[in-house]
Design a protein around this ligand. Structure first.
Ligand code: FE2
Length: 461
C-alpha cells in the first residue's frame, strides 16, 4: 500500500515537531495531534494512510487510541514505545499494532517501520522468527550499565520488538516490576548472543567441510534434546524454578550449535553411539548450571562454559565400544578400565577439531575425572590445581551418575543420591560445590557434611 498522509500523535511538542519535520522532508504529508482525543477527532473528519502514536499521553493514551482505531477503521498504527513500556508493548501487539518504534530512534528507524507497513506481505508477517533470537534471564540485566547489544522483547513466535538500543541504560528499578508481572526473559539476536557468551566457533571453516548435516536432522535432534530434558532429567525435590531456568538455558545453548555442523555433529554421533551418554551429558550440563546459580555465579560467559563443558565432557566416549560403556564396573578388566579412562583425552582431541572452543571448556573435558585427593585421572591433579569449572562439572557428573537412571543402575532419590555421594565421593569432590548441589534440593549441607563443613572449608582455603 502507498503511504502519504500520516497522523502523528505525540504530546511532547518539541519531539513531535522534529519528527514531523523529518517526515515532511521525506515527502510525507503530516498532520499533528497532541493527544489521543484530538487524534480521534481528526480521524473522524479525515482519512489517513497511517497513524504514528506515542503510548503515554494525557486524556486518551496511545493504547486506547489504538483500540479505538482497530475497532472502527483499517488504518495501520505504529506505536512509539520504550523499555519502560514492555508490558504495554505486549498489550499493543495483542490489540493489533502493526509496528513498533523503540525510543530513542533514528530517522532511518521510522522510515524502515513505514516501509515495512507499505510492503509487508502476509508471508513475511507470518514467518516464524524464534530461531533468530536467544533468551537472556532478565536478572542478568540488573546492572544499570550501558547495554552492549540491542535488546528485544518477544511478543509471539512471529514478532519480536526492539525495546532498548545498544548503548542505552536499562533502568534497573524497572526490573523487579517487570519480573512481578511475568516478564522473565529479554532477547538478543542470536549473533549478538554468541558474542555475549563468547561462542566463537569459526563457522567459515566448518561450512567448508563435507560433514554437512541436514537442517531437518538438526531440528529433530534439538527437539529430542528438549524432550530428554523434560522427561529424563527431573529429580524430585529439585528447586522447580532453578530447573526450568536451567532447562531454558541449555536449550538456548544447544540452539547455538545449530549453526555449526561440526559442533552439533559430534553430539549427534555421541547420541547415535550411546544415547544414555548424551542424556547423561545433558544432565551434567543442567545440574552444573544450577549449581553455579546456587553459588550466585551469573556471568554469562561462565554459565556458557559450564553448559558447553557439560554437553561435551564425555564426548570422548563415542570412540569407545558401546558394550564397554554398559558393562558393570565389577566385571571390567584392568585393561578395559584403562581404555575407559582414556575418554577425557579422546574428548580433548575431538574438541581440538572444532575451531574456536575456549581453553576453559577443553580443561573441563580433560579434568572432569580429577579428584580433590589427587587420585583421579588422567593426570592425578590435586585440589585447587583442578580447574574450578571442572570441579563443578565433577560434582554434577557424580550426581547424575547416581541419581539418574543409567544402563548400570536404577535411579536414586535426591536424598539417597546425596547420601551415597557423601559416603563414597565426598573427599574427591569440591566441598563448596557439593554443598551448593545439596542446597538445590532444599537440604541442609550440614546434615551430610557435618556442621563444621564451613570451617573445614576455611582451613582448606
Ligand atoms: Fe566422564
Amino acid at each position: 500500500m502507498k503511504i502519504t498522509n500520516i497522523l502523528l500523535v505525540e504530546d511532547d511538542e518539541s519531539f513531535r515537531s522534529i519528527l514531523a519535520m523529518i517526515l515532511t522532508g521525506e515527502g510525507f504529508v503530516i498532520t499533528e495531534a497532541e493527544n489521543g482525543l484530538i487524534a480521534q477527532d481528526k480521524l473522524n473528519k479525515e482519512t489517513f494512510d497511517l497513524v504514528i502514536t506515542d503510548i503515554k499521553m494525557p486524556k486518551l493514551s496511545g493504547l486506547e487510541l489504538l483500540k479505538w482505531i482497530k475497532e472502527s477503521k483499517s488504518t495501520p498504527v505504529i506505536l512509539m514505545t520504550g523499555f519502560s513500556e514492555i508490558l504495554k508493548t505486549q498489550e499493543a501487539y495483542d490489540l493489533g499494532a502493526d509496528e513498533f518504534l523503540p525510543k530513542p530512534f533514528e530517522p532511518e528507524d521510522v522510515l524502515g517501520a513505514i516501509k515495512n507497513i507499505s510492503t509487508e506481505s502476509n508471508q513475511i508477517k507470518n514467518t516464524d522468527v524464534d530461531y533468530l533470537y536467544c533468551k537472556v534471564d532478565i536478572d542478568q540485566f540488573i546492572t544499570g550499565r550501558e547495554i552492549a547489544y540491542n535488546v528485544y522483547v518477544r511478543l509471539s513466535n512471529i514478532k519480536y520488538v526492539k525495546i532498548a538500543n545498544k548503548g542505552q541504560d536499562i533502568p534497573a528499578d524497572r526490573i523487579p516490576t517487570l519480573k512481578s508481572r511475568g516478564v522473565d526473559y529479554l532477547y538478543l539476536k542470536k549473533e549478538d548472543y554468541k558474542h555475549y557468551v563468547g561462542f566463537t566457533l569459526d563457522l567459515a571453516k566448518t561450512l567448508n567441510r563435507s560433514t554437512t548435516v541436514s537442517t531437518e536432522k538438526k531440528k529433530k535432534f534439538l527437539h529430542q534434546t528438549g524432550e530428554i530434558i523434560l522427561e529424563k532429567l527431573f529429580v524430585d525435590g529439585i528447586d522447580q524454578h532453578a530447573f526450568s531456568q536451567s532447562k531454558d538455558y541449555i536449550s538456548t545453548v544447544s540452539s547455538l550449535l545449530y549453526d555449526s555442523d561440526d559442533a552439533i555433529n559430534s553430539l549427534m554421533r555421541l547420541y547415535d553411539h550411546a544415547d544414555f551418554v548424551y542424556v547423561h551429558s545433558l544432565g551434567v550440563s543442567m545440574y552444573a548450571v544450577m549449581i553455579a546459580n546456587k553459588l550466585k555465579w551469573t556471568a554469562p560467559r561462565t554459565l556458557f562454559k559450564l553448559a558447553m563443558g557439560g554437553l561435551y565432557h564425555d564426548v570422548g566416549k563415542k570412540e569407545i565400544d558401546r558394550s564397554l560403556l554398559t558393562k558393570a564396573k565389577k566385571d571390567l578388566s584392568q585393561s578395559e578400565v584403562a581404555l575407559l579412562e582414556t575418554h577425557p583425552i579422546r574428548g580433548v582431541d575431538i574438541l581440538g577439531q572444532l575451531d574456536g572452543i575456549e581453553s576453559d571448556i577443553v580443561q573441563i573435558v580433560s579434568q572432569h575425572h580429577e579428584a580433590m585427593t589427587g587420585y583421579g585421572f588422567p593426570m592425578g591433579l590435586k585440589g585447587n590445581n583442578i580447574h574450578p569449572l571442572a570441579r563443578v562439572i565433577s560434582v554434577a557428573n557424580v550426581f547424575c551418575n547416581v541419581a539418574l537412571p543409567g544402563p548400570r543402575h536404577k535411579a536414586f532419590t535426591a536424598p539417597d543420591a546425596i547420601k551415597h555421594m557423601t559416603d563414597f565421593h565426598k573427599d574427591s569432590l569440591d566441598i563448596t560445590f557439593f554443598a551448593a548441589l545439596i542446597r538445590l534440593f532444599n537440604l541442609d549441607p550440614a546434615t551430610y557434611l557435618g556442621k563444621d563443613f564451613d570451617s573445614d572449608l576455611k582451613k582448606v582455603s
